[in-house]
Design a binder for this molecule. Sequence first.
Ligand code: FES
Length: 166
Amino acid sequence: MLAEIYTQEIEAILAKYPSDQKRSAVMPLLFLAQREYGTLTNEAISEVGELIGLQSTEVASLVGFYTLYHDRPGGKYRIQVCTDLPCSLRGAQAFADELCEKLDIRMGETTPDGQVTVEEVKCLAACDHAPMFQLQEPNGIHYYEDQSAGSAMALIEALRVKGQVD
Ligand code: FES
């Protein structure tokens, strides 16, 4: 349980907010839960909700909205393709479909080697450079714009090589 493992850390997070605004601590608490559990399972979401008096559904809606929170396990590298309308008008959906086809996975799945997950996300504020995606990896988050399936696959191959030597 987070409350037992991270008592002091949770107190420090809650102390940053007025006592009647504890619910505002939901974001750092979700980050803490994800760091501990790897993904934000229903149990983790419920735990966070209990800490600050929010319903699980309220917490879950945030998890679904923000691309930095993950409610399903994924690969070491998460490729999050924006398929929102402006990007789709510039070929993002076709790009995402072709990328998944080349990786032989369906959207949301992870490659059998456990390295790469492809996910669909909403606007990432790079609409004029679609197809684009953000890459979440252990060392941070990076944007890749004006992509093709070929350029994305080249990146993935480089990541796979890097993953083998990490
Ligand atoms: S709609 Fe895709 S980045 Fe804005």
